[in-house]
Design a binder for this molecule. Structure first.
Ligand SMILES: *[C@@H]1O[C@H](CO)[C@@H](O)[C@H](O)[C@H]1NC(C)=O
Ligand SMILES: *[C@@H]1O[C@H](CO)[C@@H](O)[C@H](O)[C@H]1NC(C)=O
Ligand SMILES: *[C@@H]1O[C@H](CO)[C@@H](O)[C@H](O)[C@H]1NC(C)=O
Ligand SMILES: *[C@@H]1O[C@H](CO)[C@@H](O)[C@H](O)[C@H]1NC(C)=O
Ligand SMILES: *[C@@H]1O[C@H](CO)[C@@H](O)[C@H](O)[C@H]1NC(C)=O
Ligand SMILES: *[C@@H]1O[C@H](CO)[C@@H](O)[C@H](O)[C@H]1NC(C)=O
Ligand SMILES: *[C@@H]1O[C@H](CO)[C@@H](O)[C@H](O)[C@H]1NC(C)=O
Ligand SMILES: *[C@@H]1O[C@H](CO)[C@@H](O)[C@H](O)[C@H]1NC(C)=O
Ligand SMILES: *[C@@H]1O[C@H](CO)[C@@H](O)[C@H](O)[C@H]1NC(C)=O
Ligand SMILES: *[C@@H]1O[C@H](CO)[C@@H](O)[C@H](O)[C@H]1NC(C)=O
Ligand SMILES: [Ca+2]
Ligand SMILES: [Ca+2]
Ligand SMILES: [Ca+2]
Ligand SMILES: [Ca+2]
Length: 829
């Protein structure tokens, strides 16, 4: 069970996932530049277990288990060791083996001959290590013992050693070393496979092999272990020890105690024991909460996927800061079945928030992102890493990342649980040929090793025999305000003087931008320098805003520094923004936007020892405020126009072949509030050409109209005013000439008024359809005889009552040489 599960071959999908992960990662808030790294003997699995050792204000060190290390114990090979490494580190030599046990195997005289009673070779001492104030416990779960009963089997009962008082006193605790041997008893217990401390200093120990691997958990008091301890008494009854009992054979092969943790789930003062049972419940796995007083099971969390190893790890922390402990469960072999045909083994962590005693919310799940990454192999309670009031969590994925170097994902807590996305991903930096580096297989947080008031994190990489200590950077929370005054600008209010040339000054409209900042944060430097940038109307750069704004120095952009003292009063700076004269800004409706963004000037923190502070990633370092230009649109300063359009043509139909002139009389009104950049748009059909506006009729306005072509559509655009004030009622005439009328039965002009207002920006649409209906067109050619008559006809006397044709005048005879006509029948006619 202690085997290092070797991950399968890495599929191509892993590479893709890695690429997807790469962008937009924020290193919040563990420092990755000044990492303390301890190295241990090669192949000793140095870093398989880790913990802090901070018994008092003077001592800070890191405890590191190396379960395959060779020791000086006589005749014992790879007995395993626990090292104490001073922090700050004094080089790799600084790590010292803690002398929990310096002895060889004990022997006893049986049947007259000396026989070995215990077998410490390859016992995996240091597979677990835990400290609580000055108490330290480390275990050897593969410690074997030969029962003093008649049979001579070697049973892996496991054993633990405790140390107290600054390692001045040691004692052994082996809860399964008794007469209840063999697989059916506690012989295969492997006590110490998992380990944790109660807050009162008692220990919880897991022994997943007892009773045909039903597994078992124990609780014991360290003072009792020390008190009655004698090197000679191999089997002892420990006062106050509690343990779970054997169950029916249906519970065989469950591995209860594969992981253990403690927490408060019954709203009293006695913490409960939490035990992972990763192969219980038909291999779905479960985690059980156990009453520490009488070792009865009081609550179960059950896994939702067979063989996912739900309960491989458990951790307890109050992540949503409601005062109630919450439970985290790792299932590192969980398969993501989102794509049913191709399930991916990514691993999963479940978070159960405690709502009230023994009532939990449905799990929040965090899935691993890399196939065979074993996400959830370790869960580290970090304490409040960023000092925002919520505890944070580290999750190890020891075979993830490039070359399976391993990764650790940091998740920040919030009032509803954990953030769905990690705030930081730590990358293992050691590759190993023989076995994976396993960076992230062991994690321990929630202790402040450098005394900067932020808890730090230890990450073990046993395959590379390395341990890294990551320290948390102080978090600077900037409270910034951007204040504009006034927020509604009257273009008539020209009170600011600017010089347009050496001699010429001019008055323009202006407003003030006030930037105020204050900072807060634990253990942050006295003075913080922020690099800030102000940007006016940033849309302008994309051509969306038609106006010119500028700051004192003549640009619409300004970079400046803000020096902010910690815990001092809010500090402010003022800037004046000028608007060019009104004729230069057509756009009065788009609000003027002022953007401020800032970042921490890290160049001022040059100290070697201290960590650079970091900006709070959850506080947006970008602010935006808006000012409006007074538009006289009622109290709300919001203009909602009501644009109306009507139009008629002077001709209802056109005659083919002619050069047909046509005029439209168009009436445009605004019956609502001011319309900005109001324009009349007339789409022109292919058969028509724009001639111009009608200038000769008194009641028609002579507006500014332009012919335009956009995307193959031809149009006339007339400026109706900016603004087209409320109550405007104007008419205009537009002239067109229509040719090329063959093969059409009608032509259509589309008209509408549009404005740049946000609401009700366009008028009704008007379509003017001009028919080319059935018209007979006759072409006549001929001569008349006489060819010409001069009138008045000389000597012609007009009779009162002409009696024959001649009396009207001389005969004019028309001779039609050729007559033809055609009638064009329009299709619709
Ligand atoms: C421990 O010592 C034995 C025998 O000297 C050797 O074979 C083995 O490789 C050593 N193990 C480690 C982890 O150094
Ligand atoms: C001791 O010796 C007796 C007889 O010689 C034998 O039956 C018994 O199994 C032995 N016990 C052990 C523990 O070797
Ligand atoms: C603990 O022991 C170490 C080495 O034996 C010693 O340097 C240190 O001062 C001791 N600490 C206390 C608090 O006694
Ligand atoms: C175990 O102890 C708890 C109180 O700690 C009690 O409520 C419960 O009934 C006990 N269960 C058994 C089986 O004795
Ligand atoms: C938890 O599950 C175990 C194993 O199936 C069972 O014995 C126990 O009664 C369950 N406890 C609760 C509170 O459901
Ligand atoms: C005119 O503009 C100045 C400068 O921005 C401002 O202080 C003042 O309040 C404005 N006056 C009015 C009446 O808006
Ligand atoms: C402000 O934001 C811009 C655009 O995102 C960025 O390029 C610039 O570096 C930022 N400035 C500061 C001082 O953070
Ligand atoms: C928007 O315009 C339509 C038609 O022009 C008009 O009927 C309506 O009242 C207008 N809406 C508002 C909110 O003024
Ligand atoms: C012209 O084409 C562009 C891009 O296809 C489109 O965004 C725009 O609205 C079109 N303009 C008109 C008047 O159809
Ligand atoms: C618009 O003005 C014309 C005269 O200029 C008038 O005949 C017409 O009634 C007015 N329309 C409206 C809706 O007021
Ligand atoms: Ca309790
Ligand atoms: Ca909670
Ligand atoms: Ca936090
Ligand atoms: Ca710290």
């Amino acid at each position: 069970m202690l085997d290092v599960c070797s991950p399968g071959s890495l599929a191509l999908s892993l590479l893709l996932v890695w690429l997807m992960l790469a962008p937009a990662l924020f290193a919040f808030n563990l420092d990755v530049d000044k990492v303390t790294v301890y190295s241990g003997p090669a192949n000793s699995y140095f870093g398989y277990s880790v913990d802090f050792y901070i018994p008092d204000s003077k001592t800070t060190s890191v405890l590191i288990g190396a379960p395959k290390a060779n020791t000086s114990q006589p005749e014992i090979v790879e007995g395993g060791a626990v090292y104490s490494c001073p922090f700050p580190s004094a080089g790799t030599r600084g790590c010292k083996r803690i002398p929990f046990d310096t002895t060889s195997n004990r022997q006893a005289r049986l049947n007259g001959t000396k026989q070995m009673l215990e077998f410490k070779t390859k016992q995996w001492f240091g597979a677990t290590v835990r400290s609580h104030k000055e108490k330290v416990v480390a275990c050897a779960p593969l410690y074997h013992w030969r029962s003093v009963k008649e049979s001579s089997e070697r049973d892996p009962v496991g054993t633990c050693y405790v140390a107290i008082q600054n390692f001045s006193s040691y004692a052994e605790y082996s809860p399964c070393r008794n007469h209840n041997a063999d697989p059916e008893g506690q012989g295969y217990c492997q006590a110490g496979f998992s380990l944790d401390f109660y807050k009162n200093g008692d220990i919880a120990v897991g022994g997943p092999g007892s009773f045909y691997w039903q597994g078992q958990v124990f609780s014991a008091n360290i003072a009792e272990i020390i008190k009655g301890y004698s090197f000679k008494s191999i089997i002892r009854d420990l006062i106050g020890e509690k343990k779970t009992k054997v169950g029916d054979s249906e519970y065989d092969d469950s591995f209860q105690g594969y992981s253990v943790a403690v927490g408060e789930f019954t709203d009293d003062s006695e913490q409960e024991l939490v035990a992972g049972v990763p192969r219980g419940k038909q291999n779905f796995g479960y985690v059980t909460i156990i009453d520490s007083e009488n070792m009865t099971y009081i609550y179960n969390f059950t896994g939702d996927q067979m063989a996912s190893y739900f309960g491989y790890t458990v951790a307890v922390s109050d992540v949503n800061s409601d005062g109630l402990d919450d439970v985290l469960v790792g299932a590192p072999l969980y398969m993501d079945r989102e794509f049913e045909s191709n399930p991916k083994e990514v691993g999963r962590v479940y978070l159960y928030l405690q709502e009230s005693p023994l009532i939990f919310k449905d799990a929040q799940v965090l899935n691993g992102m890399e196939v065979f990454g074993r996400f959830g192999s370790a869960i580290g309670n970090l304490g409040d890493l960023n000092q925002d009031g919520y505890n944070d969590v580290a999750i190890g994925s020891p075979f993830a990342g490039e070359d399976k170097k391993g990764r650790v994902f940091i998740y920040n807590g919030n009032r509803n649980g954990l953030n769905a996305d990690p705030s930081q991903i730590l990358e293992g930096s050691w590759a190993s040929d023989s076995l994976p580096a396993g960076f992230g297989f062991a994690l321990r947080g929630d202790s402040d090793i450098d005394k900067n008031d932020y808890p730090d994190l230890i990450v073990g990489a046993f395959g590379a025999a390395k341990v890294a200590v990551y320290r948390a950077r102080p978090v600077v929370t900037v409270d910034a305000q951007l204040l504009l005054h006034p927020t509604i600008l009257n273009p008539e209010n020209k009170t600011c003087q600017i010089s347009v040339s050496d001699t010429l000054e001019m008055l323009v409209t202006c407003f003030t931008v006030r930037v105020c900042t204050s900072v807060t944060g634990q253990s942050i430097p006295r003075n913080i320098v922020l690099n800030a940038e102000l940007e006016l109307d940033w849309l302008k750069q994309r051509g969306a805003v038609k106006r010119t704004l500028f700051l004192d120095h003549g640009d619409s952009h300004l970079a400046f520094d803000l020096t902010v003292g910690k815990d001092k009063l809010t500090q402010c700076q003022n800037f004046v923004v000028y608007l060019r004269e009104e004729s230069e800004f057509r756009d009065k409706l788009t609000p003027i936007t002022v953007n401020l963004n800032y970042s921490l000037d890290e160049s001022v923190f040059l100290g070697d020892q201290d960590l650079k502070p970091i900006l709070n990633r959850y506080k947006e370092a970008r602010l935006q405020e808006q000012a409006h230009i007074l538009v006289d649109c009622g109290d709300d300063n919001m203009c909602i126009p009501d644009l109306k359009l009507s139009a008629r043509s002077d001709k209802k139909q056109l005659i083919m072949g002619d050069e047909n002139h046509i005029m439209f009389i168009i009436n445009a009104r605004n019956e609502g509030e001011g319309a900005y950049e109001a324009e009349l748009h007339v789409n022109i059909p292919a058969e028509a050409d724009y001639v111009g506006i009608e200038r000769n009729m008194e009641d028609l306005r002579q507006l500014n109209c332009e012919y335009k072509m956009e995307n193959d559509s031809r149009m006339v655009v007339c400026d109706l005013g900016n603004p087209m004030v409320a109550g405007t009622n104007l008419s205009l005439g537009l002239r067109f000439v229509c040719q090329r009328l063959e093969n059409v039965n009608s032509i259509k002009f589309d008209l509408y008024v549009k404005s740049s207002n946000k609401d009700n920006s366009t008028s009704n649409f008007v379509s003017l359809e001009i028919l080319i209906t059935a018209v007979a067109q006759v072409e006549i050619r001929g001569v008349s005889h006489p060819p010409q008559i001069i009138l008045p006809i000389p000597n012609w006397e007009r009779k009162e009552k002409p009696s024959d044709e001649l009396e009207i005048g001389p005969l004019v005879q028309h001779i039609y040489e050729n007559i033809f006509f055609y009638i064009f029948w329009g299709k619709a006619a």
